[in-house]
Design a protein around this ligand. Sequence first.
Ligand code: TXD
Length: 315
Amino acid sequence: MKIRKPFVAVIGAGQVGATAAQRILEKGLSDVVLFDVVQGMPQGKALDLMESAPIEGHDKRIVGTNEYKDVAGAEIVVVTAGLPRKPGMTREDLLSLNAKIIKEVCLNIKQYAPDSKVMVVTNPLDLMTYLAFKTTGFNPERVFGMAGVLDTARMRYFIAERLETRPGEVNAVVLGGHGDLMVPVSSHSTFKNKPVKELIPSQELAQIEQRTRDGGAEVVALLKTGSAFYAPASSVAEMVKPLLSDEKKTLPVCAYLNGEYGIQDIYFGVPAELGKKGVERVVTISLTADEKKALELSAHKVKQGIEELKSLGLL
Ligand code: TXD
């Protein structure tokens, strides 16, 4: 079946990539091209997903491929290709392995889909997004990362669980790098427009913030093999929506900062407006002194990572 424009290309047909493809199809957002280096695997998953279309009742199409030429014409390229950390592997090992994969993937995106927008998902997220920006040479508004939608979704769920309410009625804000130093911003988190600070005692809220920071590790510890993919896939689809529809929705995005929040030349989690051009505007919100301090620390960690990439000869 022929893929119709506008379509999304997903690079890496593993847990997050394949589930993101499923969400995009079943929400009726667009057709999908699913790419992986493993022979037959993306084709098999695409066929399986097409065979569920009569039951799910959507009219979207997906093809699997091992050839980059098939991503030509993609409106958005979602990059989930990478390796998870294995026992005995250091953080630097993972950093350099995934950096090499991201470089290879991004050179192909530059060649075959030069007009696309690139959404990076691969960890370490802030660094891989920066590397994608440098490798493609695209305008920074066309290169961004997914992490904040996931981190805030986790916090929203934990708050909803505590308040015994619907998760969709809770809003939460998480800023900064996607890692131990992310900054959950309780001062801007609300339930039906009421600050959660007025509803949950501060000690319990601090526990929720910590559980949010540890959200990825909590799932990894339970799964034993692999990391979270259902909520990450939902988060990818949530970002795809405004990028295709041009609705200018403000979401937490790993975006390029050029002085916003007093931070220069890194990719970092901030609220941003998404539309057809990509990241159309970084939104600045007021922060308490403690939140500002935490954000500076998180930015410092990301800068250290960039230096590490440079010292490994990868940037
Ligand atoms: O919030 C976030 N940003 C994240 C990030 C949330 C969840 C997962 N996060 C990261 O996404 C995770 O730490 C990994 O770095 C990626 C992908 O996670 P996933 O769970 O999907 O990993 P898998 O199942 O191992 O899938 C990776 C796929 C696999 O099919 C490989 O064959 C493929 O990547 N792969 C490649 N594809 C294309 N090109 C190359 N070179 C390549 N190498 C491996």
